[in-house]
Design a protein. Structure first.
Length: 286
């Protein structure tokens, strides 16, 4: 597990560095065509199924490299942390805030990141995971403002501690819920970029991340306590995945398209999928 997390850190730093040198790409024509190769890293494997979600940092780094434009106003407001009363809501939004924190960091928005770090720590305490934050984590964070690589390492360590805590305490259900929240938030940020501008690289990355939806939905399905909201979130994820798979552009992909990571999608298809993602995310953070 530690080796996998070290590899994750390398991948994140690599894509973050690449993102600094690449400008956003825009297209005005329909359909949108782009080509991009992505790496998938297995984070967790359980006795029931192989759970292979991207981490919040990985999602943020891939979208950053694809050209997602940072906008603090579309993140889940830090003040919302006090709204969540159930453990499920707190766990889902712990994942949401982890994704927002990662988005701030990979975009060099460290002053914003501080608030999201504190919100993440607050919800971690609320759901019984206070020990994933070292006593010096916040202090280290403040001391390294301006040194993004160090901030990324601190954030990666927190995420490693999260996974190790979940593993050592047999809290597989919490892991799935956490990643569901982070995944939906990452997809939401990508969707807003697509709706506001024709960013072909973001389209390709969004499509590649949709493939993880089935894994997360499967994880939510095996949770013993099937809370109505878990069922709602799972059904919402499956609706997104099914809408994507039923797009004519996706149905018509050739083997070569699949091998090269090449994708064609119309604006109407993207609009349908994006609206589903935005609706599910907004329900989740209320």
């Amino acid at each position: 597990m530690k080796n996998i997390n070290v590899l994750l850190l390398g991948v994140v730093i690599f894509f973050f560095a690449c993102g600094k040198d690449e400008s956003s790409q825009h297209q005005d024509e329909t359909p949108i065509v782009k080509e991009q190769i992505t790496d998938k890293i297995i984070i967790e494997e359980s006795s029931d199924f192989a759970f292979a979600p991207p981490s919040p940092l990985e999602i943020a780094a891939f979208f950053k490299q694809a050209g997602l434009v940072y906008d603090q106003t579309i993140l889940n407001p830090v003040s919302n942390k006090d709204l969540y009363q159930t453990k499920l809501k707190k766990s889902l939004n712990f994942g949401v805030y982890a994704a927002d924190l990662a988005t701030c960091v990979v975009n060099d928005q460290i002053s914003d990141a501080k608030g999201y770090l504190e919100a993440t720590e607050f919800l971690a305490n609320e759901i019984g995971m206070s020990n994933i934050f070292e006593e010096t984590a916040i202090t280290k964070f403040k001391e390294n403002i301006g040194n993004t690589d160090s901030i990324i390492m601190i954030l990666t360590e927190i995420q490693m501690n999260t996974i190790e805590y979940i593993e050592s305490n047999g809290k597989d259900d919490l892991e799935v819920v956490y990643f569901a929240g982070a995944w939906i938030e990452g997809m939401y940020l990508g969707s807003l970029t697509i709706m506001e501008q024709d960013s072909g690289n973001v389209v390709q990355q969004l499509a590649s991340q949709i493939e993880f939806g089935n894994r997360i939905a499967t994880g939510l399905e095996v949770i013993e306590d099937q809370d109505p909201e878990i069922i709602y979130i799972r059904n919402g994820i499956l609706e997104i995945v099914n809408a994507y798979q039923n797009c004519e552009s996706v149905k018509n992909l050739t083997d070569e398209d699949v091998d090269l990571g090449r994708l064609q999608m119309t604006k109407s298809e993207l609009k349908e999928i994006s609206e589903l993602i935005v609706a599910l995310r907004n329900d989740m953070i209320e």
